[in-house]
Design a protein around this ligand. Structure first.
Ligand code: ADP
Ligand code: MG
Length: 583
């Protein structure tokens, strides 16, 4: 007898089924996909035992007549494509014709369905290993699919399932993924008889995202749109005032399917770069609709992966689109909630992590007033700033009497914050963060004052890798005022550096070489700015403090290079409300 045998069809089907359906959540995904593809406007989901005992999905879609119902559970039976070419144009979620056949191989399946054209519904019942039966029954248009005892006949697979509670939460995640991508469909999710989600149909992705995740608060959530070659993008994102330490609220959908795509997720992170504190991640849901010929989902039977025709271009377009929207957002006064509205018993307005709409990052009031060209930025940019050398004392202030009148420096508190007042607002400015940001901008502008070193600082690379890294870095940082030149194999000399760092060239070189590898130029400039900036506890002359305050408040992006806010604002209304006075 030969060693090799062709497996019996029943076993072969069961093995193939495992590729598509590996746990209750994938079963639910397939059934919801079918309901959506059938044009349902309402989908009800009920699971028992985490979905292992039963999964029920009821939709009000187009339904099936008797003939289609009988065909639907056969392997490779689909109404969604006719041939391989259709894969390039298919917009449906399903197209492989495998789901119902796989389910029929691995569980008891009961489908009741009625199409618009047929007077009565049909019920199909299928059990693994026996021929399906069909009978006439009552029912409205649409389809009801009940799956029971998944993998009861396949112990090898069953043992991989987790506790019912875990499987139930995976099912709920699938439900949420489908719900997010299809806001026009009303949906309900019930587990063990308890309804956990009831989502009415809504008009926009933003509304649906908020229905499922309202943590950032409505005022902070936006829905920018952008386009690129062959695709349209939408994002539902919270302004940088809301962030998290994990990536739970970073999700990507392509053609209404949730995908795990590291490149796009990191593109989202990058769009927020400089706006969030280090290590923080945004609240950002990305929805891409693209020409199906540019995104191939036919890689994995469960369609978890996608191959893009041009992944680099897509990532870039997402980053640029969102980043320009975000820069506009931080520059503009936050809309919706007025400053101080949040202040209540627990003073949530002072909680940066969940800030929701107060004007912490708004430009100074009046900054857009006055004759053209006389804005804060224009006036301030003309004069170099150095807090160690106060700019001309009262004389200089005199020439800008209008501005000086509006801004009063009250002093420094906690050895860190400059306290300034203008109109009905009080600003607390982090002197280190503010100065750091200004220096960083100056260094990044490529025109810093340069100090030539009389005695070059020498450095020997310890390995070929370090040598290569320095070579790459040397080129990147020339524009920022560093003259780092090769003097031999593995030998380097620092010949010049930004004048700001002249006091400690050895330390500056060390920090430069220790900069993290990703975007070394930015990292090097940020470190440099941090070194040169005034520190906590440094005492500034009042005139220098005032000047620093003015420039900090005029920053279009008032965050330090690491993403922390540079200043906070408390309005009269904030303070009055805090002490329960009538404003
Ligand atoms: P696919 O979705 O890839 O076509 P399935 O095995 O999931 O494969 O379904 C087979 C066919 O059964 C579908 O192409 C569709 O015509 C029909 N069908 C399945 N579920 C539904 C439903 N809820 N409403 C209407 N038709 C359905
Ligand atoms: Mg399907």
């Amino acid at each position: 007898m030969p060693r090799i045998q062709v497996l019996p069809p029943e076993t072969a089907r069961l093995i193939a089924a495992g590729e598509v359906i590996d746990r209750p959540a994938s079963l639910l995904r397939e059934l919801m996909d079918n309901a959506i593809d059938a044009g349902a406007s309402d989908i009800q989901v009920e699971i028992q035992g985490g979905g292992s005992s039963s999964v029920l999905v009821i939709d009000d879609g187009m339904g099936m007549d008797a003939e289609d119902l009988a065909l639907s559970i056969l392997p490779h039976a689909t109404s969604k494509i006719r041939g391989a070419d259709d894969l390039l144009t298919a917009r449906s979620l399903g197209f492989r014709g495998e789901a119902l056949a796989s389910i029929a191989a691995a569980a008891c399946l009961e489908i009741t369905s009625r199409s618009a054209e047929t007077p009565e519904a049909r019920r199909l019942v299928s059990r693994p290993g026996s021929a399906p039966t069909m009978e006439a029954t009552h029912g409205r248009q649409g389809t009801r699919v009940l799956v029971e005892g998944l993998f009861d006949n396949f112990p090898a697979r069953r043992q991989f399932q987790k506790r019912a509670q875990t499987e139930a939460s995976l099912c709920r995640q699938v439900f949420a993924d489908k719900a997010l991508a299809h806001p026009a469909v009303s949906l309900r999710f019930t587990s063990e008889g308890r309804t956990l989600d009831r989502l009415p149909a809504c008009e926009s992705l933003r509304e649906r995202v908020l229905a499922l995740h309202d943590d950032p608060g409505e005022a902070l959530v936006h829905e920018p749109r952008f386009t690129g070659q062959g695709f349209e993008g939408r994002a539902v994102l919270a302004s940088p005032a809301f962030y998290r330490a994990d990536r739970r609220f970073m999700q990507v959908f392509v053609n209404r399917r949730r995908i795990q795509d590291y490149s796009l997720i990191s593109g989202l992170d990058q769009a927020f770069e400089g706006l969030l504190p280090g290590g923080a991640h945004p609240f950002a849901f990305l929805f891409i609709e693209m020409d199906p010929s540019l995104a191939d989902f036919n890689i994995h039977p469960a369609k978890r992966e996608v191959r893009f025709r041009d992944p680099g271009a897509l990532r870039h377009a997402v980053m640029v689109g969102l980043s320009s929207f975000l820069r506009g957002l931080v520059r503009a006064r936050p809309e919706g909630v007025e400053a101080g509205e949040e202040i209540g018993d627990s003073h949530p307005a002072l909680d940066f992590g969940r800030q929701s709409g107060s004007a912490w990052y708004a430009p100074l009031p009046g900054s857009s007033q006055g004759p053209p060209g006389q804005g804060w930025e224009g006036l301030l940019r003309e004069r170099p700033f150095s807090p160690q050398v106060p700019p001309g004392g009262t004389d200089t202030l005199g020439t800008e009497a209008g501005l000086a009148d509006r801004l009063h420096y009250l002093g420094t508190t906690m050895e860190l914050f400059l306290v300034v007042e203008t109109g009905d607002s009080l600003y607390l400015i982090d002197q280190h963060a503010a100065h750091e940001r200004l220096l960083f901008d100056e260094l990044s502008s490529g025109k810093p004052a340069i100090q030539e070193l009389l005695v070059p600082i020498l450095h020997e690379a310890e390995s070929d890798e370090e040598d290569a890294r320095i070579a790459a870095m040397a080129e990147l940082i020339t524009g920022a005022g560093f003259g780092l030149e090769r003097t031999g194999e593995g030998s380097w000399a620092l010949l010049s550096l930004p004048a700001l760092l002249a006091a400690d060239p050895v330390g500056a070189l060390r920090e430069l070489l220790d900069s993290p590898e990703e975007d070394p130029r930015k990292a090097a400039l940020a470190t440099t700015a941090c070194r040169a900036a005034v520190k906590d506890g440094d005492r500034l002359e009042p005139a220098a403090a005032l000047e620093l305050a003015r420039r900090a408040l005029a920053l279009p992006e008032p965050r330090c290079p690491h993403g922390r806010p540079v200043w906070i604002r408390l309005t009269r209304a904030d303070l009055f409300r805090a002490v329960r006075r009538i404003v």
